[in-house]
Write a protein that binds this ligand. Sequence first.
Ligand code: UDP
Length: 231
Amino acid sequence: MKRVLLKLSGEALAGDKKTGFDEATCMGVARQVKQLVDQGIQVAVVTGGGNFWRGRTSETIDRAKADQIGMLATVMNCIYVSDIFRHVGMQTEIFTPFACSTFTALFSKDAALAALEQGKVIFFAGGTGHPYFSTDTGAVLRAVEIEADAMLLAKAIDGIYDSDPKVNPQAEKYEEISIQEVIDRKLAAVDLAASILCMENKMPMLVFGLNEENSIANTISGKFTGTKVTV
Ligand code: UDP
């Protein structure tokens, strides 16, 4: 793989704290991503926002407004994670689909590819820029736009299971599954809009646990133990 998009869920960034950032977790992510960058792999990152806010957090305020708060949460996450990446020696740039003054650059495919060519790790904050979407969908969209070889989906859980392992201790993890099956079985790995975008654009996914040791680096090295989603 020459170019990958790494999706980090907000929950995974929070580690055991469940909310906000867990610096040790984010430093661990940074060190692993540096291994990929040092191997010459181009890396783009999308973070979720669930460690601060999700559109469905409030049943009171207007959904479109609630989603705006969620998108801004992903901007905060990207500013934080990108600076941790800089701390371990990487160059970074953050792109958003809406203007955030000098905090980020406006997304365009050309600008994103130019930054990758310069050896920067790029961050796509702010999701799609539209309410009623998720960062999973934003991540697939950007992965397709920058012509990534695969999307690496780092989650709080270590792969895709046939049922929720928190509820069913007998739940079994898939080593490999097609995106069509993920859709047909309504597996909660990624939302439907993201799954369909993946299928239509033939974007393979590697789903794994962020808390497993070296899991990001392992997706590239062949020691992958999560679930491969084929298209
Ligand atoms: N969001 C949105 N449009 C997008 C992406 C995200 O409105 O294109 C909002 C939505 O409210 C969502 C929140 O941002 O709940 C945080 O994203 P997500 O729930 O995907 O984060 P994760 O669960 O991966 O931490």
